[in-house]
Ligand binder design. Structure first.
Ligand code: AMP
Length: 284
């Protein structure tokens, strides 16, 4: 496994590959890796000759400086995990490498339909930062396929839009959410949950499951009320629970208005903000 910290070193490595025959699969991460991240590495390894994982805690996507400071960082353990998962290349740049002065970092502004709701509403500027960093990393890494998790549903949809609108020569592969045994979606932030809150954090998955089960018996309004009620418990505070069209991300008034229905939520669990989602209905 190679570890590169500079764009120059990675580019030198790229030049020595046989560009035509080596397909690169790319997994961008912010480190503090868990089995969710490793599932993306596994998917990439199955489909590509070479798998590159980046570890970069991107300052431009944090709208709160304390969140950036508190973001868990475990580089030694991450390297070990990636080596045992069979990752070929780790790209671990500094902010100066990613955002050097003099480099054109212009990235497209996502349409407000995609960014104004859900995460975008509560984390202003977040997706502009995500689009900027993913565009920059794609320019550097030059993959054939990009692997992202359904865990960050809105993010994957926005990156899909960026790839389409810029006609980038990369295929987006969205991988399923990996969960702990009790249903909590794996997340780097989970290690920050207090023990007793962690024990009850399965609430998000339970609520999404309950909503899915009641999909055909209740109105959207009743489902949302049920979910927000369920999620408002001691130490838990929902920020949003939305039922949206899986492509446009627009909130639905009626379930039968579309074939592809997704529920997305963000909930404060003590001091930690958790997000989760579930596809409620897909395909005609
Ligand atoms: P992050 O390090 O949180 O930026 O995540 C890097 C990538 O891993 C993103 O594409 C996430 O959607 C994905 N990811 C995070 N958690 C999970 C999970 N529990 N299951 C699958 N993919 C995940």
């Amino acid at each position: 496994m190679y570890l590169f910290k500079t764009v120059q070193d990675y580019s030198n490595f790229l030049q020595h590959l046989d560009g035509d025959s080596t397909s690169i699969g790319f997994v961008p991460t912010m480190g503090a890796l868990h089995d969710g991240h490793l599932s993306l590495i596994k998917a990439s390894k199955e489909q590509n000759a070479l798998t590159v994982c980046s570890i970069f805690v991107n300052p431009t996507q944090f709208n709160e400086s304390t969140d950036l400071l508190k973001y868990p960082r475990t580089p030694g353990k991450d390297i070990e995990l990636l080596a045992s998962a069979g990752c070929d290349v780790i790209f671990m740049p500094s902010p100066e490498e990613v955002y050097p002065p003099g480099v054109d970092l212009a990235s497209p502004i996502p349409p407000s339909d995609l960014v104004s709701g859900m995460e975008g509403q509560f984390r202003p500027g977040h997706f502009e930062g995500v689009v900027q960093v993913v565009k920059r990393l794609l320019d550097i890494v030059q993959p054939a396929r990009l692997y992202m998790g359904q865990k960050d549903y809105q993010q994957a949809a926005i990156i899909g839009w960026m790839i389409q609108s810029l006609e980038l020569p990369v295929e987006l592969v969205v991988c399923p959410i990996m969960r702990e045994e009790d249903g909590l979606a794996m997340s780097s932030r989970n290690v920050r949950l207090e023990r007793d809150i962690r024990a009850r954090a399965t609430l998000l998955h339970q609520t999404l499951t309950a909503v899915k089960e009641k999909l055909n018996e209740s109105s959207i309004q009743d489902l949302k009320a049920l979910a927000l009620g369920n999620l408002s418990q001691k130490d838990f505070r929902p920020e949003y629970f939305e039922i949206v069209d899986g492509v446009s991300l627009q909130p639905l008034e009626k379930i039968n208005a579309t074939d592809f229905v997704v529920a997305c939520t963000a909930v404060w669990a003590g001091e930690v903000r958790l997000i989760d989602n579930m596809i409620l209905q897909s395909g005609a």
